[in-house]
Design a protein around this ligand. Structure first.
Ligand SMILES: [Zn+2]
Ligand SMILES: [Zn+2]
Length: 371
């Protein structure tokens, strides 16, 4: 069959809206009709050439939910008409990390920027017959996609699919970073640098953990206002040393227990580190451009302050455990999802959506498919 897709062809150029050929699912794969896909900043880093992928053309898009239309002969536990969320790291199920339930650390993770399916072959071709890759083995900037069952989580049908798409990336990344990486405790103080899709969900996660002080920092004032709606107690519009000073002032000079670096880690990590109390945690949830190769913190300072700098992908917890749990929290009224969506777009408006993200207008833009 053929499907409309937004194809990444050239760095720093608009995604190309075109019809591509989509092959039927292989034995362990499913065909999914997409309902919604979030405009996460990670895809934008790829478009800008700041995060390299192994091939072009490639269909980007990795924060998605949809409905299963067809399954391969060896698929288990998934059937047509199931509502599904797609995970941007597949869970191969057999590597040492998957066997330990640590699907976010799956051995297949490093391959998600390569382009082929999990089995190493391609399901997409362009009009010239050239193989087209799928970012994160998903390629969700398209009306339909074919993915391995390792990338699929079946969800309850009462959850609106536009909201379900959000728990595919930004929500678990942020909420999980607070709950599972930093392990924020009741009464802790928290700094969140960068209140976009990830950061706003760190704010939500810190609130769920019972943090007493949640300091949001961003250079877009509107995002500080949004952060208060999501649970932040304080907002700081500052960066660099001024940010560090402002946080120390709010914490009696001792710094926060946990700092989350959710945007531009090269510029924000050191101020966040210095705004963290001795023995505290600094968690990097944001993508760093490939070109940045160092953290400029003297090892002696790391030693004497006894702080931990740590990374969190997918909120440092298995998406197979987290996603159903997050949807339960939504259902019980403890997690905001609808409020995360600033603007919706059709697929052929996707480049405008990324312009809006770049301009700081969107918490989350979502492409919604009208089938
Ligand atoms: Zn993402
Ligand atoms: Zn695995």
């Amino acid at each position: 069959m053929d499907t409309l897709a937004a194809v990444f062809r050239e760095i720093r150029q608009p995604l190309s809206i075109e019809r591509i050929t989509l092959d039927p699912p292989g034995p362990t794969e499913v065909l999914v009709r997409l309902a919604a896909v979030g405009l996460c900043r990670t895809d934008y880093h790829v478009i800008r050439g700041e995060r390299r992928v192994a091939m072009r053309p490639m269909v980007l898009g990795h924060e998605a939910a949809g409905i299963v239309e067809q399954i391969g002969t060896a698929v288990e536990g998934i059937k047509p008409y199931d509502h599904v969320v797609l995970t941007f790291i597949p869970a191969c199920g057999i590597c040492r990390w998957c066997r330990a339930g640590l699907h976010h650390l799956c051995a297949e993770g490093p391959r998600i920027t390569h382009g082929p399916q999990l089995d190493g072959t391609y399901r997409r071709r362009d009009h010239a017959g050239i193989a087209v890759g799928a970012f994160c083995m998903i390629g969700a900037f398209a009306e339909r996609t074919v993915v391995d069952q390792a990338s699929v989580i079946v969800i309850d049908k009462d959850i609106p699919l536009d909201l379900a798409s959000l728990v595919a990336c930004g929500v678990p990344a942020g909420v999980g970073a607070a709950r599972y990486r930093a392990r924020v405790k009741h009464g802790d103080s928290v700094l969140v640098v960068g209140c976009g899709g990830d950061g706003m969900n760190v704010v939500q996660g810190a609130r769920l953990c019972g943090a007493s002080k949640i300091i949001a920092a961003d250079i877009v004032t509107a995002k500080l206002d949004w952060a208060r709606e999501f649970g932040a107690s304080h907002g700081i519009n500052a960066q660099g040393e001024a940010l560090t000073r402002a946080v120390l002032e709010l914490t009696d000079g001792i710094g926060v227990n946990h700092a989350f670096v959710c945007i531009d880690p090269p510029a924000t990590l050191v101020p966040a580190f210095r705004a963290t109390t001795k023995g505290g945690n600094v968690v990097v949830t944001g993508l760093t451009p490939d070109s940045v190769a160092e953290i400029r913190i003297p090892p002696l300072e790391l030693f004497v302050t006894q702080k931990a700098i740590m990374g969190a992908v997918y909120g440092f917890a298995s998406p197979r455990l987290q996603i159903p749990e997050l949807l339960k929290l939504y259902r019980s009224g403890n997690l905001k999802l609808r409020e995360l969506i600033t603007q919706t777009y059709q697929l052929d408006q996707i480049n405008a959506g990324y312009s809006d993200l770049d301009a700081g207008k969107n918490l989350r833009g979502v492409v919604v498919f009208a089938h």
